[in-house]
Design a binder for this molecule. Structure first.
Ligand SMILES: CC(C)(COP(=O)(O)OP(=O)(O)OC[C@H]1O[C@@H](n2cnc3c(N)ncnc32)[C@H](O)[C@@H]1OP(=O)(O)O)[C@@H](O)C(=O)NCCC(=O)NCCS
Length: 173
């Protein structure tokens, strides 16, 4: 497996992976898959903020991607990122998510971020909850019925882990 920074020419594959999960799962609260141009705009925005946007390849095929972006935009949140991770449906359960999320955690730590938050769609999303727990995230809240998708109420699960020294030290000025 190869984990590397994403490139602009990965976006067609990234868009098709995300579109599958938008249309078939409640992990994302989007209901209409964004097109490639919109995915490119979102990626450009993250890269302009010096945020990591990684992909995973298995035997030369892009099978997943993960990125970190601002948790919220107000300035005091600047040491906290939110992660997003999506694996191609035919590649789940093979350790790709674990490798990608571990790489993302490592990269965000090097970049100086201190907390990472997962905003997980659906309290029944065992794969995402299990993956984040595996990577050291702890459950820190459930926003009950905060979404409505596929004709049912859907919870948002919040999980969090410290990066690097976390809140054990102050950030450099
Ligand atoms: C969630 C997701 C990213 C996990 O990626 P993955 O490549 O399938 O996960 P991995 O094979 O690397 O599994 C890593 C660990 O996660 C946990 N896990 C993965 N799938 C699981 C499942 N179905 N149930 C419970 N735990 C699971 C396990 O702890 C696993 O470690 P183990 O195999 O040693 O037990 C992937 O399933 C996915 O893209 N889901 C749909 C989109 C989504 O919900 N994304 C997250 C939005 S917040």
């Amino acid at each position: 497996m190869l984990i590397r920074d994403s490139r602009a020419d990965d976006l067609d594959r990234i868009q098709s992976i995300y579109a599958h999960h938008v249309l078939n799962g409640a992990g994302s609260f989007e209901e209409v898959p964004p097109d490639i141009a919109e995915m490119a705009r979102r990626r450009d925005d993250l890269l302009s903020r010096n945020c990591p946007y990684l992909v995973a390849e298995l035997e030369g095929v892009l099978v997943g991607y993960a990125y970190a972006g601002p948790f919220r935009l107000r300035n005091a949140y600047r040491f906290t990122v939110e992660d997003s991770i999506y694996i191609a449906p035919d590649a789940v359960g093979k350790g790709v998510g674990r490798a990608l999320l571990a790489a993302l955690v490592g990269r965000c730590t090097i970049l100086g971020f201190r907390q990472m938050i997962a905003v997980i769609g659906d309290s029944g999303n065992a794969a995402s909850i299990g993956l984040h727990r595996h990577l050291g995230f702890e459950h820190c809240g459930t926003l009950t019925a905060s979404g409505f998708k596929f004709g049912r109420w859907v919870d948002t699960v919040l999980m969090q882990r410290a990066l690097g020294e976390g809140n054990g030290t102050l950030p450099p000025v």
